[in-house]
Design a protein around this ligand. Structure first.
Ligand code: 3HC
Length: 307
């Protein structure tokens, strides 16, 4: 049944039989996706109190709140596979589960908010649109809503950079500096090269991953080159050039040692991100307890009404 459903490009739903390994790989990926969303709130939140205008502040607050909502959606998708949020957050806090390497870099200037929107959310869209066709129903459906919001995230970042790039010399330089720092880490978001990807072959056989890491990375580079030109900004890669034969842009070598260092916990902000996350979890205990007490009381009264 499971194989026939996959072959027919049908969705696997929570109550369908599925191989334990399929379930485990989905929990792994969805959990880390959710962790990335909530950790990803930190770099940008750093600028909410220092946004240069009320309009920019409102946009940034909306975006950071969206990321929290994406995390909620994805933890809920993981719960349909039988794994509760508490367990996943515990694994995040204890380093037994990851979040995207990209969020271990600092946001040094206001232009970083634009570079994150344009590049990080842009990469997320390139990676997440195919996930709307993922074989597991709840994950694919969560992606449809998330991708719509990511488009707003990418657009506001692009427009922010455009404003700076067309501003004073100092503003243009700030935008260029941010793009220089966020370009290569954004390419690492797509995962290791295909020949080093532990999960890709099986993930593609299960129609979870629909395109390989390198394919989506190439797609993202091809999208960004003309956008950088229209922004009046350059991408920090001297080997970047159009290859007529391939019909794609050739680009320089990615520093995978940096990628592995960040995954080992040695990125610029790994410590700070996890300690801030744990602190927020601690401080939110009363909210969880209050919500649980309300749910118990509410369900009792619901029970009486039902009786
Ligand atoms: N950062 C951290 N870990 C990474 C990574 C990265 N950039 N790229 C790969 N990895 C990890 C994988 O999780 C896997 O480790 P694990 O076995 O402990 O899970 C290992 O490196 C090997 O990588 P694979 O390519 O074999 O793993 P996958 O097949 O899972 O592919 C992936 C990696 C492409 C990131 C895939 O998991 C995926 O598409 N995930 C869903 C999307 C996602 O999580 N995006 C992260 C950013 S979310 C975001 O940007 C939010 C936006 O609002 C800003």
């Amino acid at each position: 049944m499971f194989d026939a459903a996959l072959a027919a490009d049908e969705r696997i739903e929570p109550r369908d039989w599925m191989p334990d390994a399929y379930r485990a790989s989905l929990v792994r990926q969805i959990a880390q996706h959710a962790h990335s969303e909530i950790i990803g709130m930190q770099p940008e939140a750093n600028w909410i109190t220092r946004a240069p205008s009320l309009r920019r502040k409102a946009i940034l607050m909306a975006k950071v709140q969206d990321e929290a909502g994406h995390g909620l959606y994805l933890y809920s998708a993981a719960e349909t596979l039988g794994t509760g949020r508490e367990e996943l957050l515990d694994k995040l806090h204890s380093g037994r589960q990851k979040y995207s390497s990209i969020f271990n870099y600092p946001t040094l200037t206001w232009a970083d908010v634009g570079a994150i929107g344009w590049l990080v959310d842009g990469a997320a869209i390139t990676n997440q649109v195919p996930l709307c066709r993922c074989s597991y129903g709840p994950y694919a459906r969560a992606m449809v809503r998330i991708c719509k919001e990511e488009s707003f995230h990418q657009r506001q970042g692009y427009e922010l950079l455009q404003t700076l790039s067309r501003g004073t010399e100092a503003q243009h330089a700030m935008a260029q500096d941010a793009v220089d720092r966020w370009w290569w880490p954004s390419l690492m978001m797509f995962g290791p090269p295909d020949d080093e990807s532990a999960h890709s072959a099986q993930s593609m056989a299960w129609k979870i991953k629909r395109h390989s890491n390198d394919e989506l990375r190439q797609r993202f580079v091809d999208i960004c080159v003309p956008q950088a030109a229209s922004l009046g900004l350059t991408l920090p890669d001297p080997d970047l050039r159009w290859n007529e034969e391939r019909g794609h842009h050739d680009f320089g070598a990615i520093d995978w040692s940096e990628f592995h260092e960040v995954l080992r916990g040695n990125g610029p902000c790994n410590e700070e991100r996890i300690s801030r996350r744990k602190q927020a979890h601690e401080e939110g205990t009363w909210v969880r307890e209050a919500a649980a007490a309300y749910a118990r009381k509410h369900s009792d009264s619901l029970g009486e009404a039902g009786a």
